[in-house]
Design a protein around this ligand. Structure first.
Ligand code: HEM
Length: 496
């Protein structure tokens, strides 16, 4: 009896080891070994240094390597070439998203644009791109709304001119969020609207202060998240998420009520309601609309707001450059009837130094250092390795944007790297802050227009400088999903 049991145990153990051995993919790229069970979860735990650690590993193992976060295999696509091979040449295979822990109520899981997949994602992404084209850059352009928002921002900031140094995070966030509000709801929120301000704070905490990234075990491993959800911090995250969804749900309902089928839609919610009434597809339902609105806010607020805050931080450090940009803007911008200078995106070719500085800000800021995580939808071969279906992949944009071969002295803030000998803008294909391929950022066009108008509007009206007699603000970043500047105070002076 004992021998039979022993034999059965040995056979079971051999079967298990064989099964495990055969199921571990063989021909994978190199990477750190990590610990049993945990993989590299502990090494990568600290999000603010995570992207730098991945960069160090890219130097050691090569730009294409693997890490294990607990039992999750994650490929790191660490240079331009690998990203193009995966996300562009094999766009359909790499178009999946990870099944991560969601921080919103269950009925909204796997909807929207960011984390959806398959037919739902294809249909809704197509609709979003068409609608953004229509309202963002097309027939009813967002440009006048963005210009109007800049006027509000200038008025608000003028209150601080000659005053003590202040932190511009809140107003910039509100102004940038208002661009999304105009797009989705067709209206804006005042800077002193307390309940809207509260939602923006939730977004900021999530995006850049949460110490969570796509490589966090908390998001990737459901069992860790379950443990944390009973702790006060986890409970708070979930309840803030639910409140944010409620708020957006209310705003969507208010906007949807004003839809008039006799007039062409002028905002995203109306366009969506119209599509739902025309039964364009089964996914045009309330939960999908609310999820999309949340995704547009999440994707388009802290990113663009951080870009502007980085620009102010760097240009206060480079007063000569700031002065030359001001001169360029002053010479080229025309006044409206109220003597306000209004930057227009279509005139940007006249402002090469301004454009190059915006490009350099996007490069050095590396706003989404790990982009958004992808997943393979079929087994494939990449750079000679065999990649199983369901493998996760991170485009390490940070490493691409700070590659010394394409951007010499990457740590140096130098807009001239984007100018040719004649002083015209010189594009560099490696500047991919919006990623590449089938899931490339759908807001790229809108963000570029918005950044130009905000940047030109602010630097043509104000001089920004660090508070005298105080330590110079750090260039170190706070990082979650977005690489945002550490909060800082700045002085503003109105130009003549
Ligand atoms: C400077 C500002 C911005 C940066 C740096 C940025 C960057 C990115 C990046 C890196 C991705 C991931 C692409 C990938 O998966 O490979 C992304 C996705 C996305 N972005 Fe942006 N973004 C910005 C602004 C915006 C704005 C203004 C909007 C909305 C109007 C937006 C909407 C989206 C959406 C919906 C996705 C998900 C696309 C999909 O999964 O199919 N982004 N963005």
């Amino acid at each position: 009896m004992f021998l039979t049991l022993l034999l059965a145990g040995v056979i079971l153990a051999i079967t298990f080891v064989l099964y495990w051995y055969m199921s571990v993919p063989k021909n994978l790229p190199p990477g750190p070994k990590g610990l049993p069970i945990l993989g590299s979860a502990i090494d990568t735990w600290d999000v603010p240094t995570q992207y730098m650690l991945l960069q160090k590993w890219a130097k050691k193992y090569g730009p294409f390597f693997k890490v294990y976060i607990a039992n999750k295999l994650v490929l790191i696509l660490g240079d331009y070439k690998t990203i193009q091979e995966a996300l562009v040449k094999q766009g359909d295979v790499f178009a999946g998203r990870p099944n991560i822990v969601k921080l919103v109520p269950k009925e909204y899981h796997d909807l929207g644009l960011f984390l959806s997949e398959g037919d739902l994602w294809k249909e809704q992404r197509r609709f979003a791109i068409t609608t953004l084209r229509e309202f963002g850059l097309g027939r009813t352009s967002m440009e006048p709304h963005i210009q109007e928002e800049v006027q509000h921002l200038v008025t608000e900031m003028t209150k601080h001119a000659k005053g003590p140094a202040f932190n511009l995070h809140r107003v910039i966030n509100n102004a940038v969020a208002n661009v999304i509000c105009q797009l989705v709801f067709g209206r804006r929120f005042e800077y002193d609207d307390a309940s809207f301000g509260k939602q923006l704070q939730v977004l900021t905490k999530r995006a850049s202060e949460s110490n969570i990234s796509f490589l966090s075990p908390l998001l990737l491993c459901g069992w860790i998240a379950k443990l944390l959800s009973i702790l006060p911090q986890g409970k708070r995250l979930l309840s803030e998420g639910a409140q944010f969804v409620d708020y957006m749900d209310q705003q969507v309902k208010i906007t949807a009520k004003t839809y008039d089928s006799n007039s062409p839609p002028t905002n995203y919610v109306h366009a969506f309601v119209k599509a739902a009434k025309q039964e364009q597809g089964k996914n045009f339902n309330d939960a999908q609309l609310v999820s999309t609105v949340i995704d547009l806010f999440a994707a388009g607020t802290e990113t663009a707001s951080s870009a502007i805050r980085w620009a102010v931080l760097y240009l206060a450090r480079h007063p000569d450059l700031q002065e030359r940009i001001y001169q360029e803007l002053k010479a080229g911008m025309s006044d409206d009837a109220n003597n306000n200078k209004l930057p227009s995106y279509s005139d940007r070719a006249q402002f090469p130094l301004t454009e190059a500085t915006i490009m350099e800000t996007q490069r050095i800021a590396s706003l989404s250092p790990l982009s958004v995580m992808h997943k393979t939808l079929a087994p494939t071969k990449l750079m000679g390795y065999d990649i199983p279906e369901g493998t996760l992949a991170i485009p390490l944009l940070w490493n691409v944007l700070s590659d010394p071969d394409t951007f010499p002295h990457p740590e140096k803030f130098d807009p001239h790297r984007f100018l040719d000998e004649e002083g015209k803008v010189k594009r560099n294909p490696n500047l991919i802050p919006f990623s590449s391929g089938k899931r490339v950022c759908i807001g790229e066009g809108l963000a570029n227009m918005e950044l130009f108008i905000f940047f030109a509007g602010l630097f043509s009206r104000f001089r920004f400088f660090y508070p005298p007699n105080e330590p110079i603000p750090t260039l170190a970043a706070g990082v979650g999903f977005v690489r945002a500047p550490t909060p800082y105070n700045i002085c503003v002076e109105l130009r003549d």
